[in-house]
Design a protein around this ligand. Sequence first.
Ligand code: B12
Ligand code: SF4
Length: 530
Amino acid sequence: MRGLSTLLNFANCVLFRSYNTSCGAYFIGNLRISTENRNNCFHQKVLKWPNISFLKMKVLLVQPTDKTSNYSPKRPVLWAAYVSATLKKEGHDVKFFDCRLKEFNDAEFKELLKSYKPDFVCFSIVALTHDCTFRYMKYVRELLDAKIIAGGPEVTTFPEDFLKLKLINFIFIGAADISFPKFLRLNGKNEELQGIGGFGYKENDKIHINKKAEVYNIDDVPFPDWDIFTLSSYKKNVSRIEFPIQSARGCPHNCIFCSVPSIVPSYRMRSAKNVVDELELIHKKYGTKKFQFQDDNFGMSKQRTLEICDEIIKSGLKIKWSVAQGFTAQSGSYEVFKKMKEAGCTTVGIGVESTDPEVLKFVRKPASLQQLKDAFINAKKAGITTKGFFIVGLPGSTYEKEMKNIDFFKEVKIDIPRFGNVMTYPKTELMDWVKKNAKSLIDFDEARNVTSENVASSVDTDMLIKPVFETDDFSSEDRMKAFNKCNEEAEKWALNNLFGKFVGPVAYKFSRVKFIRDIGEKVLDLMGGI
Ligand code: B12
Ligand code: SF4
């Protein structure tokens, strides 16, 4: 029998596919580091540094909200926890502000700017967060002389476009574990800026981007710093937060639709011991019993997966964990899942994308249809809840082929099947393919221009739901029909799995009413299920 919390989690996943979060602010307090012993080191000439008279800097990290507000902020974010850990290690003062938290607003961000007076304000930018990001950057410009730094997936994809914006002073491309502390260590010695890997700066309006990032062992990166977050804003009972953790960075594969290979160019794994040490530390410090692995592709190395499980078991940690984004189907043997279950794994998400072998081959999906089937069957046999992610409308697909996905999730009994329309991310092969072989339904250049602060608000969030291209074999109408049909069937199926075949259909009918979904979400939240 499923435990109550697993059941609640499951109910949440099935019922609440969209969340409402208004843009808010997160007040951090006004702790100030003593200013004695700080030197005036920053060079003022070329970069026009603010009048910084400290060696130790005050850095404010900002998590913008995205236009869809599809994800309620259930947990703090990894990027800020990593950046903070590397900066604090060198004695800098770091604070964090989460625009996604609904209990705060823009006014509090301005208050924080005035009271904290940071030297640097840093934003992590992903698609659809531009509106919020630029609004907040403007507040910084209006109120302070602080320098604005941008990083994250969008900046890594379009470094020049962001750096040339007047609002932004510096950018970091990809991980900044080495480069950011190094930048602050330079103390404004401009002539050494070109020595910082993956860093961008301006010199008399000329843009400089240092391409090469340093190579380092990721076991040496300090563990994420969760102390900068007001954790009780994410869950009243902090021990109920499902902390994110990443055991490896990137993915060694190169699926044509995926932006991960261009955002995280190399695949690197942490050692099993290093991963479990982090779990133990968080468990001891916050009483956490639940974790979520946010790797792009968890389980690439079967041996390391088994080692992580063995380490967890050996440590005596009584924790539950899930694999959120994608488990490597090729590693999905019964032996591996059984061990994962033993070590506390409750749920695995596996990217299926399509069940048509030709489509899978064309998009360079590394797993075969048989490997995908086996992975779902083995995980279920081991007692792990399965989520399957499908992409409607990949190259070569048709309405009929999409309908086969429904047969597939029923055949292998995926607990929670999920469908999304294919999205063409910039700098992917899919984007090139669409330009040559399909009819675009949105202006990709304009969509790409979301990096310009002027057009940010013109990009429609429908982009995420509606097809963005069509082909002769698969029209826009049929794509939408397939998307709706697959989603409807998936939700009915998942609710039947959850509540049984009599109550399931009733739950499905109720779940169509937004008001009831909202109440249900609150009830589940109160009960600690999400
Ligand atoms: C976990 C995850 C989520 C989580 C948590 C998001 C979060 N902000 O932490 C949830 C489910 C909430 C989510 C939501 C969305 N996501 Co998401 N998500 C991911 C995923 C799988 C991992 C991100 C992660 O935590 N990585 C681990 C951390 C440590 O790495 P990192 O974020 O890259 O940060 C490191 C460096 O980049 C750098 N860094 C990052 N930011 C900054 C900023 C500064 C100033 C500095 C110095 C350094 C720095 O330092 C970090 C440590 O090295 C990525 C895939 C990927 N590999 O990037 C997609 C990804 C980032 N998501 C994506 C998208 C589109 C979204 C949504 C817009 C989806 C939507 N609404 O429908 C929302 C946006 C929500 C938001 N406000 O951020 C896209 C972004 C594509 C793009 N070009 O921007 C990605 C790349 C997936 C994809 N489809 O390709 N996501
Ligand atoms: S296996 Fe997953 S993460 Fe890796 S390239 Fe393909 S879709 Fe992206």
